[in-house]
Design a protein around this ligand. Sequence first.
Ligand code: NI
Length: 234
Amino acid sequence: MRPPRALIFTAQMDFLRPKKPRPDNDPGSSRDPRGLRRNPLVWIAVLGAIVLYTQMDGSLLGNLDDAQRPVVQLTDVGGPFTLTDHHGRAVTDQDYRGRYMLIYFGYGWCPDVCPTELLVMSQAVDLLGDAGAQVEPIFITVDPARDTVESLANYVVNFHPRLTALTGSEAQISAVAGAYKVYFAKGEELDAVDDYVVDHTDIMYFMGPDGALLEYFQTGWRPVDIAQTIGQHL
Ligand code: NI
């Protein structure tokens, strides 16, 4: 089943925040799960999400096919950026005008979601065949401290041969993440200073030749469905 599209962008962006593990050994904490269950605000949020879902979808259980899927006009995702690619070259959004961008935000040390989604992205571009040449697969790091030009150059070879990885200063990354409404937060360091996870929004953005958002895809979209949806624009 495809994810409900309307829920995500019509809700508060808090819905995009990845779930964080809560401490089990701190029963007095306000983050304790039992405390959360007692908190009426939590239930208001849950019920609000359900109501929103049913209003937009008409059904809690029904599959969304193309005809049923609500049309959501998004005008505030995307925007200018200045970054550095995995060859060390300066890149701006203007360099992609006239071409389609398929963008995923994540980080090279991500253990599961990012590599999975980059493989999905790569397969989707390949499934487009010759038309896929118009689509630029792009990976933008939310962890510029570790995702240097050099490490990204080693990382991209695992995926599509045309995948471009972009990094930048913390300010540049914050700016582009803000433009795309991407949430990210560095977790606590584990065994070493550079050993940490980064929570981040998990959405693939498909941007048109003018830089405007055309489609977006969450985890669960199959490459064949992404390719079909993108192909309708090419
Ligand atoms: Ni990730």
